[in-house]
Design a protein around this ligand. Structure first.
Ligand SMILES: Cc1cc2nc3c(=O)[nH]c(=O)nc-3n(C[C@H](O)[C@H](O)[C@H](O)COP(=O)(O)OP(=O)(O)OC[C@H]3O[C@@H](n4cnc5c(N)ncnc54)[C@H](O)[C@@H]3O)c2cc1C
Length: 437
């Protein structure tokens, strides 16, 4: 059931991220527990920060990421349109270092779960007592190519991809078409592709290009998030400019000719092809290895976890948070893959690790929540909020199927407006600071 929230209530929830009872830690005089965190995005940065904040010198935290800073996907659609610069979404690790997190530049190439070590690209091996994996997503290539994301960018990981898409959008002229895809659910940021369609259409409108349009090829049967806001945007604000095509399964992508074939039709030689592929957990081992380095994956390529600890069954000291994990949930009420949710999961995971080091059981009284703000024009935005409690979860006909995170609320902004657009920056800055500062 959809509930509408008032703005004050929404901002309270957006700032809260997760509610868990945090107790002062009382460890013995043991050497610090070694926690290795893989991935310095929203999940990884938050768990590293909160482990040190709550665990102090009882935990030695090493955060591994190949990049010197994290470029947030959040707000990155506004970098594509030129409304924001890259530095607004570039988040450094210096504040984490001040908290005592050791930041190690490198890419994890393999994990030896038996001996408890991770191997980095430069040959370094790091031993861990607890391992937290938050590497985000990888892309599943289209059935047929040649597909090259450096020619036709997805821009679903922010950075050079964002700038390439920005250039391609800027090259559009009268009568040109921007073709984009929406991946099959589950994927990173459910409202994100529809938001991109809107801000791209807004850009083309403001540039006064004649008959330029956006084609949205959705692999899903319908709009996956904020249906009120996006249906209104597609049918009224961008009437005649955005063509929405549901049930469009991608069959082939040719980056050289900027052409795409789908079950709902083909588009050739378009000016900008923004193919956002289907997604799975990012690899933590060689692509040739079993499950690309993961001990276990579900049918959709994500890692099933226990929502009380974010641990993997059979691997009690290995935790997976953020977009890479699959949280048990009620049918049709999945936990979204969002930065806000990754931040909430990270806090629960940090608390569970510290409790386990203290010989305590994980807290069962946990909630998580997620928020996404979606710019619809250059001055207005919509939002989405979802709240989850730990407890019973149900299948599609309401039959109990076990324990997990049950969605108790789903709210969409009652209207798209300028206040939401301003609140979007307040919310994003709050989340950036809670994760990285
Ligand atoms: C256009 C767009 C808009 C979005 N808007 C919102 C929004 O409004 N609200 C919201 O909450 N979310 C939003 N999101 C989603 C959000 O960005 C992701 O859900 C979030 O980043 C997930 O966090 P994560 O820690 O799982 O992964 P990431 O933040 O992607 O971090 C993964 C990190 O792991 C590192 N890594 C990967 N592999 C390895 C390896 N082998 N070794 C070491 N490091 C590795 C990467 O370098 C990266 O830094 C948006 C996403 C997009 C694309």
């Amino acid at each position: 059931m959809m509930h509408t929230f008032n703005r004050r209530r929404f901002l309270q929830l957006a700032g809260m991220a997760s509610a868990i009872s945090v107790l002062p830690r009382a460890f013995g005089a043991a050497p610090p527990a070694r926690v290795v965190v893989v991935g310095g995005g929203f999940g990884g940065a938050t768990v590293a920060k909160y482990l040190r904040m709550w665990g102090g010198d009882k935990v030695a935290v090493t955060l591994v990421d190949p990049n010197p800073s994290h470029i947030a996907c959040i707000l990155s659609n506004l970098v594509v349109t030129g409304a924001l610069s890259m530095d607004r979404i570039t988040l450094g690790y210096s504040a984490l270092e001040k908290r005592g997190v050791k930041v190690q530049k490198g890419r994890v190439m393999a994990i030896n779960y038996g001996s408890g070590t991770v191997s980095l690209s430069d040959g370094t091996a790091l031993a861990y007592d607890h391992l937290v994996l938050s590497p985000g997503i990888d892309f599943i290539p289209p059935p047929e190519g040649p597909w090259d994301p450096n020619v036709t960018p997805h821009a679903w990981q922010a950075g050079p991809q964002t700038l390439l898409l920005k250039q391609q959008l800027a090259s559009m002229r009268d009568r040109d078409t921007f073709v984009m895809t929406v991946p099959k659910s589950p994927y990173r940021c459910p409202p994100g592709p529809y938001e991109r369609a809107c801000v791209v259409a807004d850009y083309l409108k403001r540039k006064k290009l004649i008959f330029a349009k956006v084609v949205v090829l959705d692999a899903n049967p319908s709009i996956q998030a904020e249906p009120l806001a996006f249906t209104e945007a597609f049918n009224f604000i961008y009437k005649g400019m955005i063509e929405y095509v549901p049930n469009a399964t991608v069959l082939a992508v040719n980056s050289q000719t900027r052409s795409i074939q789908t079950s709902a039709g083909d588009w050739s030689n378009v000016r900008a092809l923004n193919y956002i592929p289907n997604q799975r957990a990012a690899a933590v081992g060689p692509s040739s290895s079993l499950n690309r380095g993961w001990p276990v994956l579900n049918a959709q390529g994500f890692v099933p976890v226990d929502p009380l600890t974010y641990g993997i069954s059979g691997y009690p000291n290995v935790h997976v948070i953020g977009d890479a994990c699959a949280v048990p949930a009620s049918e049709g009420k999945a936990v979204p893959k969002s930065g806000h949710m990754a931040n909430a999961e990270a806090k629960i995971c940090a608390d569970a690790i510290l409790r386990s080091l203290n010989g305590e059981s994980p807290d069962k009284n946990i909630t998580t929540n997620s928020a996404c703000f979606s710019p619809i024009t250059s001055t207005t935005a919509s939002w989405l909020s979802a709240n989850f409690n730990y407890g019973d979860i149900y299948d599609g006909v309401g039959k109990l199927k076990g324990k997990g995170m049950h969605r108790v609320d789903l709210g969409e902004a009652p209207r798209t407006n300028g206040d939401n657009y301003q609140d979007m920056f307040t919310w994003a800055e709050g989340l950036f600071a809670d994760s990285f500062a």
